[in-house]
Design a protein around this ligand. Structure first.
Ligand code: OGA
Ligand code: MN
Length: 273
């Protein structure tokens, strides 16, 4: 079956069909990496991969970063288990419950991850959708005055382990400063690089002005006109470019199981202005 790349009816993303993610040739790998750069989000259906096969698939997009926590549901340090499945009341996976605000994964690192591939194994009947926002489009559609205001600026991004909403920031975790708009090296495109969950401060502005600008940029980037909302089916894999998309999750019932496995794709350089 020929491999096809079909843009989604959305402001970003493409569906890849005719490809078995367990069995990828070097040519396929190059083709899907090019699609990743062009569409920012790739959707594959009906994929049934072991943990080892998911890790191999992730290597099409770069090197694999380790998970902070090894889950009993995988036993591997290169698989991040995202799940609300519990044992003795304790979640066996990370990011277990409910809604999550928009964020970039690992933006608190000096070299935040380039992307991730997420495989759905068990999903609730309703909710638990993942939303992706096109931050290249968000940047390009900013008013010129706002582009001028953020040009050359950096922002401080903080991660609080396990937090899923900005108001849960009890104690600050690791932090890193990055450009407010970053250039994606392969495409030369600029992408807005602030998010609701983790961006704390835009440097060089006073507290109030910074807060107002962060809110304004986040409100803009979270406009539905930049968003693809994915309703998961078991066997779906989504790969996202974490440099130029941010993502969020909708709420779902705690009475239903959700099990996802993720490989995290590292980057070889820090974000550039
Ligand atoms: C992630 C994440 C969202 C989801 O894997 O980084 O934010 O839908 N997951 O579980
Ligand atoms: Mn995430």
């Amino acid at each position: 079956m020929p491999i096809t790349v079909k843009p989604l009816d959305a402001p970003l993303g493409a569906e890849i069909s005719g490809l078995d993610a367990r069995n990828i040739t070097p040519e396929d790998s190059k083709m899907i990496f090019d699609a990743f750069l062009k569409y920012h989000v790739l959707v594959l259906h009906d994929q049934h991969l072991s943990d080892a096969e998911l890790v191999e698939f992730g290597k099409c997009f770069g090197t694999i970063e380790k998970s902070r926590i090894v889950s009993k549901l995988s036993g591997r340090d290169d698989i991040m288990v995202i799940s609300n499945i519990r044992e003795d009341g304790k979640p066996l996976g990370q990011l277990p419950d409910g809604e999550m605000s928009f964020h970039f994964d690992r933006i608190h690192q000096a070299k935040p991850c380039r992307g991730a591939a997420l495989l759905a194994l068990e999903i609730p009947k309703e909710g638990g959708d993942t939303l992706f926002s096109n931050m290249v489009l968000a940047y390009e559609t900013l008013p010129e005055a706002t582009k001028a205001k953020i040009a050359g600026r950096t922002a401080l991004n903080t991660f609080t382990y396990g937090s899923t909403a900005p108001d849960q920031k009890a104690e600050a975790g690791p932090q890193c400063e990055h450009p407010v708009a970053r250039t994606i090296p392969e495409t030369g495109k600029k992408s807005l690089y602030v998010c609701r969950l983790m961006t704390e401060q835009i440097n060089g502005l006073d507290g109030q002005e910074s807060r107002k600008l962060i809110d304004e940029l986040c409100d803009h980037a979270e406009n539905p006109k930049f968003i693809y909302a994915h309703k998961w089916k078991v066997g779906d894999i989504i790969v996202w470019d974490n440099r130029c998309t941010q993502h969020a999750r909708t709420d779902f019932s705690e009475t239903e199981r959700r099990l996802m496995k993720r490989v995290t794709i590292g980057d070889d350089r820090p974000p550039i202005q």
